[in-house]
Design a protein around this ligand. Structure first.
Ligand SMILES: Cc1cc2nc3c(=O)[nH]c(=O)nc-3n(C[C@H](O)[C@H](O)[C@H](O)COP(=O)(O)OP(=O)(O)OC[C@H]3O[C@@H](n4cnc5c(N)ncnc54)[C@H](O)[C@@H]3O)c2cc1C
Length: 496
């Protein structure tokens, strides 16, 4: 880590103290991207990354369940500065992890990472214009203090310790193995086993066809259906462009093409839900066996993109259903039994293994306890500005990507904006930037998304505003001009 100076001693006794211009929390896709933007645009700035785990990659290192892959294309999930060169556009977890780790290695970013440092608190002092950040080392238990002028939270959006599992009655009676995909045991042998996967989201539909290759039988048990579409895992246009154009140009063109496609699809779904419902159904009819009960298993109660639309590569889920390797059951769980799951309809699913692909527990900003001048920050009283900064929390930015397109499209924009902001502060001699709440702006939930994992936690998140720039615009093509090229400073910001 680059250490530029050592300010006054910290309150945490015995702690190692140092100072950086920018402190990044998290060494996942966002944290490594943030470091790259920072060191390439503002090479004079010192920075460090505190990462609570022992590895780079975040999500793409943590999740190890069979078949783990992206469900958005890598030309938009990849960084804008580093072409994705893999063959597949829907890539497996290991390739994404490698892409992030290679980015860190090539840029020397890995030398700035402190692993096993879980950030627990961050205290802003207006008097000294810096953050005092305390991390606890998971390997030694020691407390470490780092001072920073600017804090960037790239901690993702969910609890790393544990995924979400609803309370199932009778679970203690079950004699088989229960597994949550977030903590998949590497030695779990499922060959020849009967497996029930509970869930209807991206993880469940990834797992089912993958497990079906070796299992005796896989049942995908969903309470209610989701919208599921298929994409070719290889993008023929991207591969052709790569042959004839320089790598960076081909990547840039494919990135725009795919962003337009993803956001175009989202906008169409929001504007013409009935039409899009019909189109999705028509495609699914072609992928599924004749006479398949689409009404029960593939027709959600909500409109397309009111919740995340799931993608499968090369029809894999639909092909497994056709081959009878995966059976889709839409029903409710009454209770677990010794042999499996009793359904409220009266049926029973026998299972040697039950996979609870029932979701994540959302947490805001890595559960870091923030204080400003001795006053604890109540996140629910703050409002997000441009989906990346908070009212009353000076010199702070966070990365939360899009829910309707690839995460990194937004992450790159945020990082770019933060670099411009830091440059502006340097040139004006400012040590603090603060956002003041605009009383004319109404409050709305931070994520306007009806998924269960969002609804369970959104009350503990900051608010978003009813209009720009306080509104989180889930649209890359509206954010791009505003964040990358638009006016940096407005009346909501004050500099000191
Ligand atoms: C199974 C799965 C599949 C997904 N697929 C896609 C997809 O296809 N497309 C898409 O756009 N998005 C997808 N997402 C969302 C995904 O999380 C993002 O794509 C992206 O990986 C987020 O990167 P991140 O660095 O912001 O967060 P993360 O990957 O969550 O990394 C955050 C890092 O911060 C660290 N951290 C957290 N709190 C602290 C703390 N207090 N102190 C220190 N370190 C901390 C964590 O250990 C972690 O390493 C998926 C998510 C999951 C769970």
């Amino acid at each position: 880590m680059t250490t530029t100076s050592t300010p006054e001693s910290s309150s945490a006794a015995d702690a190692k103290v140092d100072f950086v211009d920018v402190l990044i929390v998290g060494a996942g896709l966002s944290g490594i991207g943030a470091a790259h933007h920072l060191q390439s645009k503002l090479p004079g700035k010192s920075y460090a990354i505190l990462e609570s785990r022992g590895a780079i990659g975040g999500t793409w290192d943590l999740f190890r369940y069979p078949g783990i892959r992206s469900d958005s294309d890598m030309y938009t999930l990849g960084y804008n500065f580093r072409p994705w060169t893999g063959d597949k556009s829907i890539a497996d977890g290991a390739s994404i992890r490698e892409y992030i780790a290679d980015t860190a290695k090539d840029g020397g970013i890995d030398e700035h990472i402190r692993f096993h440092h879980r950030v627990v608190s961050a205290e802003w002092s207006t008097a000294t214009s810096h953050w005092t950040v305390v991390a606890v080392r998971s390997d030694t238990g020691e407390s470490v203090v780092v001072h920073a002028s600017f804090l960037m939270c790239c901690s993702g959006y969910y609890d790393y310790a544990k995924g979400f599992t609803p309370e199932f009655e009778g679970v203690e009676d079950y004699r088989g193995t229960v597994v949550h995909p977030q903590l998949w045991p590497s030695d779990l042998d499922y060959t020849g086993k009967k497996i029930v996967v509970i869930g209807s989201g991206a993880t469940a539909i990834t797992l089912a066809p993958t497990l079906a290759r070796d299992a005796a039988h896989v049942t995908l048990l969903q309470r209610s259906p989701s919208y599921i579409m298929s994409l070719p895992s290889k993008d023929p246009i991207a591969l052709a462009l790569r042959k004839y154009l320089p790598s960076k140009v081909a990547y840039g063109v494919t990135r725009i093409k795919n962003a337009v496609t993803a956001i175009g699809l989202y906008v169409l779904c929001q504007r013409y839900p009935t039409f899009m419902r019909k189109q999705i159904r028509k495609l699914q009819e072609g992928w599924l066996p004749e006479g398949y009960d689409l009404d029960t298993h593939f027709t959600p109660k909500y409109d397309p993109w009111d919740q995340r639309l799931c993608l499968v590569p090369d029809n894999d889920l639909f092909r497994s259903i056709r081959k009878n390797e995966v059976e889709l059951v839409t029903d409710h769980i009454d209770r677990f039994t010794a042999e499996g799951i009793a359904l409220t309809s009266g049926g029973h699913l026998d299972a040697d293994i039950i996979v609870t692909a029932t979701g994540l527990n959302l947490v805001a900003f890595g559960n870091v306890e923030m204080t400003v001048d001795g006053r604890s920050v109540d996140l629910t009283e703050t409002m997000a500005y441009k989906g990346m900064m908070l009212t009353d929390v000076p010199n702070f930015a966070f990365v939360v990507g899009y829910t309707n397109a690839s995460w990194t499209l937004k992450a790159d924009l945020v990082c770019d904006y933060v670099c411009r902001l830091l440059e502006h502060m340097d040139s004006g001699g400012y040590r603090e930037v603060r956002l003041d709440r605009d009383p004319s702006v109404g409050e709305e939930p931070f994520l306007d998304f009806a998924a269960g994992y969002v609804l369970r936690a959104v009350d503990s998140f900051p608010k978003q505003g009813s209009k720009a720039p306080w509104r989180l615009r889930m649209n890359y093509f509206r954010d791009l001009p505003a964040l990358r090229f638009g006016k940096l400073v407005d009346d909501n910001m004050s500099f000191r």
